[in-house]
Design a protein around this ligand. Structure first.
Ligand code: ADP
Ligand code: MG
Length: 292
């Protein structure tokens, strides 16, 4: 690899908003045959909005929302932001929160007005022994639409359900097809549930989905793919994605995402448009052809 061709390649890539952290990544990227994309903020815009609320019979909707909004106000998760925004827009006042715990990959736990509030996944409810069988069909219906549904409990009793919807980036579908046409396998990986993940994946033409991955599990999934002989690029934006970005043969961070993701990655895609993945691979091929 001549330094001149690397310099020229890096410069050209930068003009397209593709920042290689070092010349070696520009050289290695053309080996990639598998691209793993995170869902939220990578395939989607990552700006979910509260769309549905369902409350247990014995509760008022405003009281329910005031409790869960208060708990979620303490969380920095994009899902929490969506829930809080939707609740505050209805003019509902939030309450004081005594204890708060973020449960990564599961949800949140908080003490509001002496009551214990949980908001999150079915698994979270399972762990705390809360019976949610009555709402499972509704939850599944939301998920089939690609929405993320979260269940809430108050003092150990099912209290209600909220669903949020995210929008696809306009460019995601075409960008993924481009990769597939280059003979690259595209896999979607997410902490979100299987049904929601499949609904979103289907909309962009991805058939392989790894869902319900806990934050610490993402890197492990990348290692498994590598162990089966694949050259893997991971593309993500979140703190949760950082270990996977570091482990992948090439980590690509979305420039609109978290600093932690950008620090862990080898390439930053400033534009957030997934077309930059194919562009980066093509630029690497061109650079290597100039070298040989
Ligand atoms: P992602 O890979 O989409 O960033 P996470 O691992 O952060 O997913 O979260 C996985 C799941 O845990 C979410 O889909 C949601 O159901 C639940 N969850 C995470 N954080 C929260 C929260 N603050 N409130 C409610 N549910 C949450
Ligand atoms: Mg994300």
């Amino acid at each position: 690899a001549t330094p001149t061709s690397i310099m020229a390649g890096s410069g050209r890539a930068a003009e397209f908003g593709i920042l290689f952290k070092g010349g070696e990544y520009l050289e290695q990227t053309h080996h990639i045959n598998t691209v793993v994309v995170d869902k939220t903020g990578t395939v989607t815009n990552g700006k979910p909005e509260l769309t549905d609320v369902l409350v247990a019979e014995n509760l008022s909707e405003r009281i329910f929302l005031s409790f869960i909004g208060s708990a979620e106000k303490q969380s920095e998760h994009p899902l929490a932001e969506a829930i809080v925004k939707g609740i505050e827009q209805q003019g509902i006042k939030l309450r004081e929160v005594k204890e708060f715990e973020a449960l990564p990959g599961y949800g949140v736990k908080a003490k509001v007005n002496q009551k214990e509030i949980l908001v999150g996944t079915r698994k979270l409810m399972d762990i705390y022994g809360i019976d949610i069988s009555q709402v499972l069909p509704v939850m599944e219906a939301f998920e089939a639409e690609g929405k993320t549904a979260m269940v809430a409990s108050i003092d150990g009793e099912y209290a209600g359900l909220v669903a949020v919807a995210d929008t696809l980036k306009e460019t995601s579908k075409k960008a993924i097809h481009r990769l597939q046409n280059m003979g690259i396998e595209v896999i979607m990986m997410t902490g979100d549930n299987e049904r929601t993940a499949r609904a979103i994946a289907e909309q962009v033409g991805i058939s392989k989905v790894i869902a319900e991955v806990l934050p610490e599990g993402k890197a492990e999934e990348i290692k498994n793919l590598q162990a089966s002989g694949k050259k893997v690029a991971m593309v993500g934006d979140g703190i949760n994605d950082a270990p996977a970005l570091a482990v992948a043969d090439i980590g690509m961070a979305i420039g609109t995402g978290t600093d932690v993701a950008m620090e862990a990655a080898d390439i930053t895609l400033i534009r957030g448009d997934l077309n930059s993945i194919a562009d980066a691979i093509i630029m690497s091929h061109k650079t290597m052809r100039n070298i040989k």
